[in-house]
Design a binder for this molecule. Structure first.
Ligand SMILES: [Zn+2]
Ligand SMILES: [Zn+2]
Length: 625
């Protein structure tokens, strides 16, 4: 007789037991798929599950406490006798489930074979080899940078290697299954993929390289768990006893900090970039305060530069342009007095709202810095920008790269290709202009133009997030890499520090200053955040649910304070507050932020334990908005 520990493939709330035990008359491989009864004896309830452990009755009895309930039931049948996930994958999944506080069965789904649901039987099992070849895995944040890398490798034999397999989520399940089987049987040596590739059934990873580590796309935003690819990659490398290298032109402040303390290996590619401004394009900074109306969107200098060029890229941050808490006369940014995070303007009635702590502030009659009575920024957005260009340069060819015009990667690729090859098709002496949002930054490796312009730097900083300066520096660098000749930045604040650091190439100073600020105001990497969010079709329901959970969290904190006063003195709760994007697919979202300081894991666990399963839990959120 054997005892099987099984992970059911379903979402069991984390407050319940995540692993169930059953009897089996035969040995079953770890990673095999079984069916077993669930619920009342004699009932029809059943589960499909993956075997986590298989032990003899004798082995298990020694581990169990005296008097433990040992009335286990037998499994119903073995669906797939061969392993369909490896032991390393199971270890990775258990870590993710604990760290991101996700049901084990949900975390397990990230590593299942692509065709698991379609063909549950007849899966290609993992071929066990004694000495599998070491794999080098290259991970990329998006298709654009992955495709560029693969193309470079094949054209120029860069990295002195060929890529044997490419893996990304746009491939069909059948194609992904082929790669999955190949990885399981150890036939590939050099693999490149987007974030999902870290869940392939590797037998032996020799080296893991995380490219463009600063990218926001490394954080999972659309599936559970809300994992950070960089953290999971580190765990995966640890399980394989392999080194992991993080690469970036402008590393995230967090990675820079860890690297400076020696706990992370960071590589900055040796190319003309922010650290070597002298080898880059000519940088021109335009002070928008000198202009009025339309000239504040496209200054006379920018207009002249576009007119004299063949290719120009105009970057405009559309995110919350009209709602930025930004003085339209001097660029003063209104920040929350509690959190130092930029505020957002709400029109009716006019007031400022902090989306981190929920604090409401009246809109002052005059800007505290310049005395202007104007509050709302007018214009902005790619459509307004396009209309203005059309008016000023009627013969220009205008292309757009944003979520409305090109939501899918294939369309983005077509636009980028059409833009880059435009001059070869037509010989008109008129400019071809690409207007893009943050989507264009994904193509920073391949997109090139004589003129590149950031239309309004200040709106980048009015984003209500603690890391807006870091994002600005990264955006500035990506745009500089795209620019072949002239790089124009329009701003109300030509003297603002991050721009000065970028201009002078004193990137080290930027990190020092930013780390100092984050330490002072208790932001990552000095503290850890957890973001809790709830979505409801009625706003009042979302608000009252959030208020209820907030009160329960306060009670739980007070309870823990009696037992662990030192640890709990670091814990702070923010909110409840409406999310900055108040309606998402017709739903209203409210959020609560927990700042854990540097407390032990047990504190997070004690707080998350009381969060109902209808809430989304985001540990180490990329955005706290
Ligand atoms: Zn002002
Ligand atoms: Zn606040």
């Amino acid at each position: 007789m054997y005892i099987l520990d099984v992970i059911p493939l379903r979402a069991i709330p984390r407050s319940h037991e995540q692993v169930l035990s059953y009897f089996s008359s035969a040995v079953v491989a770890v990673g095999a798929v079984i069916e077993a009864p669930l619920g009342k004896p004699g009932g029809k309830g059943s589960i499909t599950g993956i075997v986590l452990r298989c032990a003899t009755l004798r082995e298990r009895k020694l581990q169990l406490r005296k008097g433990a309930d040992f009335r286990l039931r037998p499994i119903t049948r073995i669906i797939q006798p061969r392993a369909c996930v490896s032991e390393i994958q199971l270890a990775l999944v258990q870590w993710m489930s604990d760290y991101y506080w996700t049901p084990l069965g949900v975390a397990l789904k990230t590593v299942l074979p692509p065709q698991f649901a379609a063909k549950q039987t007849g899966l290609q099992g993992i071929v066990d080899k004694k000495h599998p070849r070491g794999v080098i895995l290259h991970v990329f944040p998006d298709r654009a940078s992955l495709d560029w890398f693969v193309q470079q490798c094949s054209e120029h034999n860069q990295h002195s290697q060929r890529i044997d397999a490419v893996y990304h989520s746009d491939m069909s399940a059948a194609k992904r299954q082929v790669i999955w089987d190949g990885v399981a049987s150890g036939i590939f040596q050099n693999i490149a993929g987007t974030r999902g590739s870290i869940f392939l059934p590797f037998q032996n990873i020799e080296q893991l390289i995380v490219h463009h580590e600063q990218s926001p796309y490394y954080k999972s935003w659309d599936q559970h768990p809300r994992y950070d690819t960089r953290a999971v990659a580190q765990r995966l490398a640890h399980l394989h006893k392999a080194p992991v290298i993080y690469e970036s032109y402008v590393p995230s402040v967090q990675s820079y900090y860890y690297a400076s303390r020696g706990s992370m290996k960071l590589r900055m590619p040796d190319e003309p970039t922010v650290a070597k401004p002298q080898s880059g394009p000519a940088l021109e900074i335009i002070d928008l305060r000198r202009f009025d109306n339309d000239e504040r969107i496209i200054s006379p200098r920018l207009l002249a530069a576009i007119k004299s060029s063949q290719h120009a890229i105009l970057y405009s941050n559309r995110r919350g342009f009209a709602t930025a808490g930004l003085c339209p006369s001097c660029g003063h940014i209104y920040v929350c007095s509690n959190c130092q995070v930029p505020l957002k303007l709400h029109a009716q009635p006019p007031r400022f709202l902090c989306h981190q702590c929920g604090k409401l502030e009246p809109v002052p009659a005059y800007c505290p810095e310049c005395g202007s009575a104007k509050v709302r920024l007018s214009g902005g957005g790619t459509q307004r920008l396009e209309r203005l260009i059309q008016k000023q340069i009627p013969t220009a060819t205008i292309m757009t790269l944003d979520a409305d015009a090109t939501p899918r990667y294939a369309a983005q690729q077509r636009t980028v290709h059409a833009f880059q090859t435009h001059e070869f098709q037509k010989c008109e002496k008129t400019p071809c202009i690409l207007v893009c949002t943050a989507m264009g930054l994904k193509f920073a490796d391949s997109l090139r133009a004589e003129i590149v312009a950031m239309v309004n730097l200040d709106t980048e900083l009015a984003v209500p997030s603690y890391d807006s300066q870091e994002r600005l520096l990264q955006t500035l660098d990506s745009l500089r890499r795209m620019s072949q000749n002239t790089y124009i930045i329009q701003t109300y604040r030509p003297d603002q520090e991050t721009l000065v650091f970028h201009k002078s190439g004193t990137i080290e100073l930027f990190y020092q200053k930013e780390l100092e600020l984050r330490r002072t105001y208790s932001y990552p990497p000095f503290v850890r955040f957890i973001r809790l969010s709830i979505r409801k079709s009625r706003e009042t329901h979302a608000a009252s649910d959030a208020q209820q959970l907030y009160e329960r969290l306060v009670t739980q904190c007070n309870f823990l304070k009696k037992k662990l006063p030192d640890e709990m003195s670091q814990v702070r709760l923010f909110g409840p507050a409406p999310s900055p994007l108040p309606r998402i697919r017709g739903m209203y979202e409210y959020q609560i932020i927990i700042s854990l300081g540097t407390t032990k894991r047990i504190i997070a666990t004690s707080l998350l334990r009381i969060v109902p399963s209808s809430w989304t839990i985001d540990v180490d959120p990329r955005d706290i908005i």
